[in-house]
Each structure stands twice: as structure tokens, then as C-alpha cells.
Design a protein around this ligand. Structure first.
Ligand SMILES: Cc1cc2nc3c(=O)[nH]c(=O)nc-3n(C[C@H](O)[C@H](O)[C@H](O)COP(=O)(O)OP(=O)(O)OC[C@H]3O[C@@H](n4cnc5c(N)ncnc54)[C@H](O)[C@@H]3O)c2cc1C
Length: 431
């Protein structure tokens, strides 16, 4: 053992969220499959418990996540792997019911495919501006893409105000593909076709949800890992890339590979690599979990709100997933990263908004909780993608592998986190 470090490991992993835990499972599995001795793996988690953004709060009979984590699996093998590690859990696959509250109407999601449900004059305006939209040339921003593909009527009624509330930034600053596969694309043929025969299928037409909340996926990922692999309340503080030594809040650790799910901008600071920090911005999401004394709206899971007069951009109904008898909502408010909130004042605004829209009538709020997710949705711009790609090459050459939603500075799901970290484990095991 070198004098300058307290321990050495093959793989030092930062974060016991989905990405870190998935990588630890996968790298151990690689060794087992190859009939080799298991590599030494240590996961550092700054928090006192595992889960990252996939934590669950259980309070007065309500089960809430850090914002509604509805899980959409495209890869049946991954879903089966997780389900197998959740014995006794009621894991439901639910057909998603999503609507948009617009001008007092409930329009099916996505808005662009359901303009025929609008009032006649609004429908005509959307259809007219869709037909006569200017779609010449390649869109240079997310906002321009919205105008080019859908025309002014659809863009200005829903897509722009909704996404401005969510991202809390100028949509002209975002890359035209900032939402990747999570953006429900539709061309004129789809839009007109949908008027006679509804086909609102999207990436998340059905979702999977365990009775015990998102944390059950984390428990599944913890199942095959020895407890000693994770060190809680230990934070990565700095990294010496050349020496491959990490300094934590407690000690110095030598590693062969460092796999980090910490936010990329913070990681760059810890590595002290020259970089353009100004390109890495994100929004923050303030989440209210609200438990009421009795049932509210039925047959709905998600409602989107483009109205700028309402503080929230989306609400979700936990009680309609698990068929429980008290309304259990999560409410999401988008803001700039770092913005401070007066939580009590925001709660009052949320409840007033829910009353105005008729979701809360004479219901009594019996339990609530709030959590701020910062970063939540990163701002994917040309500059952020270029700087991220440049630094990734440099880091990779030094055994540093940023992973996950925030290591990748991207928009992705937990399934994507699992796919990505399995692929990394396979690559590193082969080196
Ligand atoms: C509002 C919102 C809604 C979402 N909804 C869904 C959904 O419905 N379905 C879905 O599939 N996905 C959803 N996601 C995405 C999902 O949350 C992420 O893909 C996933 O949780 C990312 O996991 P991760 O392990 O990469 O990162 P994280 O969950 O952020 O975990 C990172 C971990 O690293 C730790 N850490 C950070 N820095 C350090 C350090 N210096 N030292 C030690 N530890 C450190 C943190 O404490 C944390 O535990 C949503 C995300 C948001 C923001």
C-alpha cells in the first residue's frame, strides 16, 4: 500500500443512487461471469442513506417519492432483473392517463396531437399556423424547433409556456434536441390522423410502479451487494487525476477507475480541470407531496399546466396508481438552479392553484412534505454538449468515468442509467 493513501480499490464509485449501485452490481457480475475473483469496489455516498433522487418518503399512510418517479422500461430484461429482486412487492404496470389543463378544458396529452379537442376558433388557429408554418432550414434552438415543427398556435399555447415553466430558462438557449426521445414528436400526418383515430402513444404509454415507491428499485439494486461496499456520510472532495487518488471527507483513496454519478459541474471543480463552467446550467424543481383526507379526481395520473398564472407545471396522483382512498399528489414547480423558496408561501400558492382548477374542493390537507431537486433538468445546449464531450475524453484517459443523469449532464431515465453503467462495466472489465 502506498504511503500517501489510506486504501486502494479497483473501482471507486461516487454515489449510491441508481447509477452507482447499478455499476457496482454490473462490475461484480462481469467478474463472476468470467470466473474471476470479484474486484474491490467501494461506493462513497455523501448522504446518510442510499437512493439519490430515487428516495421515498412514507408519512402518515402516504407513500411519496422525490417527485413522481413513474418508471418506463423499454428493456424487459432490466425490468425482470429488478422485479426478481423485489419479492413480495406489489409492482403494477399501469396504463398512463395524462391530460393538459388548458383554458378550463382537459385536453389529452400530447397537446400537438389533440388540438381538435380545443374550442373551434383555437383549433382553427392551431391548424392554420401548423399548415402555414415556416419550416425552412434546420432549427438552431429548442424554441425555433417548436415553431418550425408545430407552428405558432401550438407552440405558443402549450409547448413554449409549459417548457419555460419547467426549464426556467430562455428556450432559445437550449439545443433543438434538448429533450431527445422524451419529446413527443408528431408530424402533420400524425396530427391530422389523430383527429379521427386517437393514437397518443408516447415513450411512456405505460409505467411500472412498486407499492413501496421508487426506493424499491434501490433496494433491488442493493440486494446482491455486501453492506461493506458502501460508505455513507463520506463525500468525495477532490481528485488527483494523474496520481489516481481521491480525497474524501475522511481519507485518501487510491483507485484504478473512478466512476462518478456526482453532478458533472461539481466533479469538474473537484478535479480542478480547466473548463468553461458557465456552460453547465440546470433548473431546480421544488416538489410538494400533498396528502388529503379523501379521494379527488379519478382516472388521471398526470396533468400538465401551461398557464403562467399557476405556479406549478405538472401534478401527479399517487392514489390513482395504487387505488388508495385518499388523494395523494405531487406538485412540481420549476425554478432557476440555486433559487431560494419561501416554502410555506409556495405551499399556499399551490393550494390556491389546486382550488382554482377544481382539484381541491373541500378536501383537508392532512400531511405534506417538500423537497428541492437541484439540479433537476439540465440545460442541454450546443456549448454544454461540446464541453462535456471534450472533458469526457480527457477524464476517460485518466480512469475517471462520469455516469448517470448528472454525470452525463443529460436527460434520461433510471433504465438509461442501468443500461449505461452496465455497458461501462463491460468495457472496463475487458480492459
Ligand atoms: C423531477 C424529476 C422527475 C424524474 N422522474 C423520473 C421518472 O419518472 N422515471 C425515471 O426513470 N426517471 C426519472 N427521473 C430521473 C431519475 O431521477 C434519474 O435518472 C436517476 O435518479 C439518476 O440516478 P443517479 O444515480 O445517476 O443520480 P442521483 O440519483 O442524483 O444520485 C447521485 C448520488 O451521488 C451522491 N453524491 C453526489 N455528489 C457526491 C460526492 N461529492 N460524494 C459522495 N456522494 C455524492 C448523491 O448524494 C446521490 O445519492 C426524474 C428526475 C427528476 C429530476
Amino acid at each position: 500500500m502506498s504511503k500517501s493513501v489510506d486504501i486502494r480499490v479497483d473501482y471507486l464509485v461516487v454515489g449510491a443512487g441508481v447509477s452507482g449501485l447499478s455499476f457496482a452490481n454490473a462490475i461484480r457480475q462481469e467478474a463472476e461471469d468470467a470466473g474471476k475473483a470479484k474486484p474491490s469496489v467501494l461506493i462513497l455516498e455523501a448522504d446518510t442513506e442510499p437512493g439519490g433522487y430515487c428516495k421515498t418518503i412514507k408519512q402518515e399512510g402516504f407513500v411519496w417519492d422525490y417527485s413522481g418517479h413513474f418508471f418506463h422500461f423499454r428493456n424487459p430484461e432490466i425490468e425482470a432483473w429488478l422485479r426478481k429482486r423485489m419479492p413480495g412487492q406489489d409492482v403494477r404496470t399501469v396504463e398512463k392517463h395524462t391530460s393538459i389543463r388548458y383554458g378550463g378544458l382537459d385536453i389529452d396529452f400530447p397537446f400537438q396531437k389533440n388540438i381538435h379537442q380545443l374550442e373551434k376558433s383555437e383549433f382553427i388557429d392551431c391548424l392554420h399556423s401548423l399548415y402555414f408554418r415556416d419550416d425552412a432550414g434546420d432549427a438552431t434552438s429548442f424554441k425555433q424547433m417548436l415553431y418550425q415543427r408545430f407552428g405558432r398556435g401550438i407552440a405558443e399555447r402549450f409547448l413554449i409556456p409549459y417548457n419555460e415553466k419547467l426549464y426556467a430558462c430562455d428556450l432559445d438557449s437550449l439545443d433543438s434536441d434538448a429533450m431527445g426521445r422524451f419529446f413527443p414528436h408528431a408530424d402533420v400526418k400524425d396530427i391530422i390522423g389523430n383527429m379521427k383515430q386517437a393514437d397518443n402513444a408516447s415513450y411512456n404509454a405505460t409505467f411500472t410502479y412498486p407499492q413501496g415507491g421508487a426506493i424499491e428499485f434501490i433496494r433491488a439494486l442493493l440486494r446482491d451487494l455486501p453492506e461493506s461496499v458502501i460508505e455513507y456520510s463520506e463525500k468525495l472532495v477532490s481528485v488527483d487525476l494523474e496520481e489516481r487518488v481521491a480525497t474524501t471527507s475522511n481519507r485518501r483513496i487510491g483507485y484504478q477507475h473512478l466512476v462518478s454519478s456526482a453532478p458533472f459541474d461539481k466533479l469538474c471543480g473537484m478535479v480542478q480541470v480547466p473548463h468553461d463552467a458557465s456552460v453547465f446550467s440546470a433548473n431546480k424543481v421544488l416538489v410538494f407531496n400533498l396528502g388529503f383526507d379523501r379521494k379527488g379526481a379519478k382516472d388521471v395520473h398526470w396533468v400538465y399546466f401551461p398557464a403562467r398564472s399557476l405556479p406549478f407545471y405538472r401534478i401527479g396522483f399517487y392514489d390513482n396508481i395504487m387505488d388508495t382512498d385518499r388523494m395523494s399528489l405531487y406538485v412540481e414547480i420549476g425554478a432557476k438552479s440555486g433559487q431560494e423558496f419561501d416554502v410555506e408561501a409556495e405551499l399556499a400558492g399551490v393550494l390556491a392553484g389546486l382550488r382554482r382548477e377544481g382539484y381541491v374542493t373541500d378536501h383537508e390537507l392532512v400531511s405534506w412534505h417538500s423537497v428541492a431537486m437541484d439540479p433537476a433538468y439540465v440545460h442541454i445546449t450546443k456549448a454544454s454538449m461540446e464541453e462535456h464531450a471534450r472533458l469526457m475524453k480527457h477524464f476517460d484517459a485518466h480512469g475517471l468515468h462520469p455516469v448517470g443523469r448528472y454525470g452525463g449532464w443529460t436527460y434520461c431515465s433510471i433504465e438509461d442509467n442501468i443500461v449505461e453503467t452496465r455497458a461501462l462495466a463491460s468495457r472496463l472489465a475487458g480492459t
